[in-house]
Design a protein around this ligand. Structure first.
Ligand code: ARG
Length: 272
């Protein structure tokens, strides 16, 4: 009986969703083309991120309250403001973000994410808003032992699961043992606890963790990823949202706001 009720409820909600999307649909547009309208009607923009990534997104106590802040969050706030809605933030593991978009749990993902060919098969991306470099972090005690990629042969290296760093480590460190973990905070702990000898991180993120952990340091090893640059991800087919996002990103760049956001986020991070 309960199952039947559940199925009924599901059928009702699915037809509701169809009815709603049909209303918001413009002539000849694809099924999700009314996404912008949907967001405006709901009164909120739901952002999915993985808030373990200073200065892009991280937790910070502000006036006694835990808040998620950072460069990417400023972009999301600017978008919400432009759309005239509230911003709701959902913090999750990086490797769960794309599924959250596809299932409609979140409207956009801003998480220092590169628009890789693989990901483009699952979701759509905005233009690039930031370009990054990858670096390798080790414990200061290993300063003389680990100076090149070669020195990492036969050693364990940790990365955040599902990221481009994981793919790059597998590619450039074929003779190292690569360990993927859900949260960057766990990746860093693994290094501090000597479970791995090195980690691969985006340079600004690496700098942030090194600043907070004096027993860690940046090496001179840098990897340049094939897909450089971060972009905003949306569910496949949300063309109106991509267009609006690009428009907002362009105006933020033109006004010098992006640089301002980066500087502000760095300042917030250093205050810790
Ligand atoms: N740029 C990398 C990627 O796209 C890593 C991003 C991780 N982001 C995060 N918020 N933890 O895979």
């Amino acid at each position: 009986m309960r199952n039947i009720k559940r199925i009924l409820a599901l059928v009702v909600s699915i037809s509701l969703v169809f009815a709603l999307t049909a209303c918001g649909k413009k002539d000849g547009a694809s099924s999700d083309a009314g996404k912008l309208e949907q967001i405006k009607e709901s009164g909120k923009l739901v952002l999915g991120t993985s808030a373990d990534y200073p200065p892009f997104e991280f937790h910070k106590e502000i006036n006694g309250k835990d808040e998620i802040v950072g460069f990417d969050i400023e972009i999301a706030k600017a978008m919400a403001k432009e759309l005239g809605v509230e911003l709701e933030i959902k913090d999750m593991k990086f490797d769960g973000l794309l599924a959250a978009l596809s299932t409609g749990k979140v409207d956009i993902v801003i998480a220092g994410m590169n628009p890789t060919e693989d990901r483009k098969k699952a979701v759509d991306f905005s233009q690039i808003y930031y370009r990054e470099v990858q670096s390798v972090v080790v414990r200061t005690e290993s300063a003389d032992l680990i100076k090149t990629l070669d020195d990492l042969k036969g050693k364990k290296v940790a990365v955040q699961k599902g990221t481009t760093m994981e793919a790059m480590a597998q590619q450039h460190m074929a003779e190292s043992e690569i360990k993927g973990l859900g949260r960057v905070t766990d990746v860093v702990l693994e290094l501090k606890n000597k479970k791995v000898e090195a980690v691969v991180m985006e340079k600004p993120v690496a700098k942030a963790y090194v600043a907070a952990n004096p027993e860690l340091m940046l090496t001179e090893i840098e990897l340049s990823p094939e897909d450089t640059g971060f972009a905003v991800a949306v569910k496949k087919g949300n063309e109106d949202l991509v267009a609006k996002t690009n428009e907002i990103l362009k105006s933020l760049t033109d006004q010098g706001k992006i640089d301002e956001f980066v500087a502000d986020a760095n300042k917030l991070m250093e205050e810790e």
